[in-house]
Design a protein around this ligand. Sequence first.
Ligand code: ATP
Ligand code: MG
Length: 374
Amino acid sequence: MHVSHLSLADFRSYARVEVPLDPGVTAFVGPNGQGKTNLVEAVGYLATLGSHRVSSDAPLVRMGAERAIIRAAVTQGERQQLIELELNPGKANRARINRSSQVRPRDVLGIVRTVLFAPEDLALVKGDPGERRRFLDELITARSPRMAGVRSDYERVLKQRNTLLKSAAMARRHGGRGLDLSTLDIWDQHLARVGGELLAQRLDLIATLRPLADKAYEQLAPGGGPVAFDYRGPAGSEGAHSREELYEVLLAALAESRKQEIERGVTLVGPHRDDLLLRLGQLPAKGYASHGESWSYALALRLASYELLRSEGNEPILVLDDVFAELDARRRERLAELVAQGEQVLVTAAVDDDVPGVLVGARYAVSEGSVERV
Ligand SMILES: Nc1ncnc2c1ncn2[C@@H]1O[C@H](COP(=O)(O)OP(=O)(O)OP(=O)(O)O)[C@@H](O)[C@H]1O
Ligand SMILES: [Mg+2]
């Protein structure tokens, strides 16, 4: 699969831009702040309905404009699809597929798949648990787009349950009047059902990804591993695998923490609280690994994601935003060799020399909002 044309309107710094793209390598080269990342961010948005740089859509809309539009022609074998996303911050986004507007933005997921490498990836290793949860959940959705529905159901159930807990906390402060625990039982079941499904997918993903990440780390930094993961979830989730088992685990954990939850007025158990502990050798990576090791780890997670999607028949677009400049010569060469055969590889770099020699392909000069083939 590859994007054969990208068209942006009022997206980030671009009032309008049209970029025809070929399979293979395309490098976007230009000085800082000229709009290189903005281009690949738009491609990433098609795959995840989010930006790798910001958590809300508002900064993606050109300053002064009301909405942004990302349009892409996507080629998969013989088949071509046209996707259009309209970003309306504060209002519902809209989508069209092959000019039909009878679709939700979520229906776009799965048409474009990307694995995006960026300097921000260091946060996968060094950052908060939320970074790793997002990594897992985005990959889960790339593997199986219907999980987008499960994720948003979970968010909705969590929000409603928190509202209920907050009012229970209030009621408790007023001597227990109006405290309705039977409704809470029902929300526990909802949360455990949807949360159990999400957990099952995360655990399956982690088991599949771990050997791939270990192999990728070995390729990038020979002898530096091994790489291992521990999922930090609710008590009892270690031995559980199926949705049904995890439903029971979550239900028991919710029962266990109910008193505390009512005191605090917030849901303390569930996939939204979990973490993925990344280990390098015998030590946790976070807080122990060196800067270079952390970088290699983050790259290995992305390379493993690429291998995983590929092995499941979903060749993703590889996006490498400004990563080569951050690497020493050896890791730069290794990474370049590992990604060079991707069906479509989009690279950004400030100068030509930052694009490794094995990445032969099209070049675009990006300067003051113009994107010109050179
Ligand atoms: N919503 C927006 N409206 C207008 N301009 C924006 C908006 N968001 C970002 N920009 C501008 O886009 C530019 C950044 O573009 P981008 O991040 O793509 O740069 P880059 O070419 O990748 O630079 P670098 O080499 O430093 O990574 C900045 O000058 C910024 O001011
Ligand atoms: Mg950039």
